[in-house]
Write a protein that binds this ligand. Structure first.
Ligand code: URP
Ligand code: ZN
Ligand code: ZN
Length: 459
């Protein structure tokens, strides 16, 4: 099977040029102007942007959390991702405290094996670091191809680890060439503020926001980068939302640390005023949405190279599930849906509004995640030898986001009625057309697990 994509405007993190792409089986075999090669299928990409498949390194599919499960399965979540131009996702395995990492991996495999439409990998969330977990780290990096380890400095009593565990884990991960991801907010402070607000009879979604002020994130981010500096372990802060936290990273870069930052599309474009709405629970996530001044800091951080990735933290719940917390904000399952909307929103709000260039768009939506998480150049670029993960994107088509037409398994949209300019038209994954003109062309099980390299090999 071969495909020739003709006359597209190819955009990578560094280039922008019109050429043809020849694909054989799963791989890009040639790129050039007016290629005279006969292929089984020819796609005319005139007028289209042709970019590498999006990579969303922060999603939670079918995940047990806060007494329920996130509502997108591996099937519905990875299919919705493809509709939105994301060909690879990295999901999170959660260790059960007291159990091994290996048993958690098995549990996650049971839910994901043969169920994915798009390609996927896992981060391993270590919620209980001890002598026995320590022995498993090398195996995960060297045998399983799972080279990043997630830690939580919050969700006290459930997922949170203390600083002693964090330092021990960092030393072990560093030794074997891995990376530590962190949810960096101060769990004790948040716990205190949640209890205080409830004791004062303050139960609405607004108090979710007020229980996690900027200082809780700035403090934990600073502590995390200090521990990473001490141990020499590369670190990646997930879903960074605010100025205070980014300033902690800015300081760390002065001592030449390997600290990477991810923000999420929602933190760039919507703000905390939504918590005052009756349906504010739709945007209850951790950390919460912030202020307009933080959005400016984050866009600037992207252009300064301090923020390398724009992900989603896709963690959807049906409205019925959100109602678990109708009388108490602390019982609202945390998370919001965006896996399908990320690329179109980033293009529409970022590129079209002059906040980022086309190359920066590709860098933060795909290339940097591939590099940081050990998948480059197989994923994250359009180059000879790379997987043919390619999105044909119409920069001029306008459309309206809505729960009525999205493919995520969730009965509302965080962006209902949002007008976007720019639409994903055709998506190839490993040389196969998976989405074309709003139709899915593959079956579940097409998506493959991606074994990742050691971090040191790609950054
Ligand atoms: O609200 C969120 N972010 N839910 C998912 C879990 C996490 O903290 O990433
Ligand atoms: Zn988190
Ligand atoms: Zn998350």
């Amino acid at each position: 099977m071969s495909i020739l994509i003709k006359n597209g405007n190819i955009i990578t993190a560094t280039d922008n040029y019109v050429a043809d792409i020849f694909i054989e089986e799963e791989t890009i075999k040639a790129i050039g102007k007016n290629l005279s090669i006969t292929a089984t299928e020819t796609i005319d990409a005139s007028g289209m942007l042709v970019m590498p498949g999006g990579i969303d390194p922060h999603v939670h599919l079918d995940m047990p959390f806060m007494g329920t499960y996130s509502s997108d399965s591996y099937e519905t979540g990875t299919r919705a991702a493809l509709y939105g131009g994301t060909t690879t996702v990295i999901d999170f395995i959660l260790q059960k405290q007291g159990n091994s990492l290996q048993s958690a991996l098995q549990e996650w495999k049971n839910r994901s094996d043969n169920n994915c439409y798009g390609d996927y990998s896992f981060h391993m969330a270590v919620t209980d670091f001890n002598d026995s977990t320590k022995k498993e780290i090398k195996h995960f990096i060297e045998e399983e191809g799972i080279t990043s380890f997630k830690t939580f400095m919050a969700y006290k009593g459930a997922l949170m680890i203390d600083d002693r565990q964090m330092i021990g884990l960092m030393e072990e991960v560093k030794k074997h060439g891995g990376l530590i991801n962190v949810h960096a907010t101060n769990g004790d402070m948040i716990d205190y503020l949640v209890a205080k607000h409830k004791a004062e009879g303050k139960y609405s979604p607004l108090y979710h926001y007020l229980s996690q002020p900027e200082i809780t994130e700035a403090e934990a981010s600073e502590r995390f980068v200090d521990m990473a500096s001490y141990t020499g372990c590369p670190g990646y802060i997930v879903h960074l939302t605010c100025e205070g936290a980014l300033n902690a990273v800015r300081n760390a870069t002065r001592r030449n640390q390997k600290i990477f930052v991810e923000t999420c599309i929602q933190y760039l474009i919507i703000d905390a005023s939504l918590y005052e709405r009756e349906d504010g629970a739709k945007w209850v996530m951790s950390p919460p949405l912030r202020e307009k001044k933080d959005q400016q800091t984050l866009w600037a951080g992207i252009n300064q190279g301090l923020v390398q990735v724009v992900a989603t933290d896709h963690c959807p719940f049906m409205w019925e599930q959100k109602l678990m917390g109708k009388d108490d904000f602390s019982k609202i399952p945390n998370g919001h849906p965006a896996i399908e909307n990320r690329i179109e929103l980033l293009f529409s709000e970022g590129v079209n509004k002059g906040k980022i260039t086309l190359n920066k768009f590709v860098e933060v939506a795909s290339t940097n995640a591939a590099k940081i998480f050990g998948m480059f150049p197989k994923k994250g670029t359009i180059a000879v030898g790379s997987d043919a993960d390619i999105v044909l994107f119409n920069p001029n088509e306008t459309h309206t986001l809505s729960a009525k037409n999205h493919h995520m398994n969730v009965d509302y949209s965080g962006y209902e009625g949002w007008e976007v300019k720019g639409k994903v038209k055709t998506v190839l994954l490993r040389g196969k057309v998976t989405i074309d003109n709003n139709k899915c062309k593959i079956e579940k099980g097409f998506g493959k697990f991606v074994k990742r390299n050691k971090v040191a090999q790609t950054i």
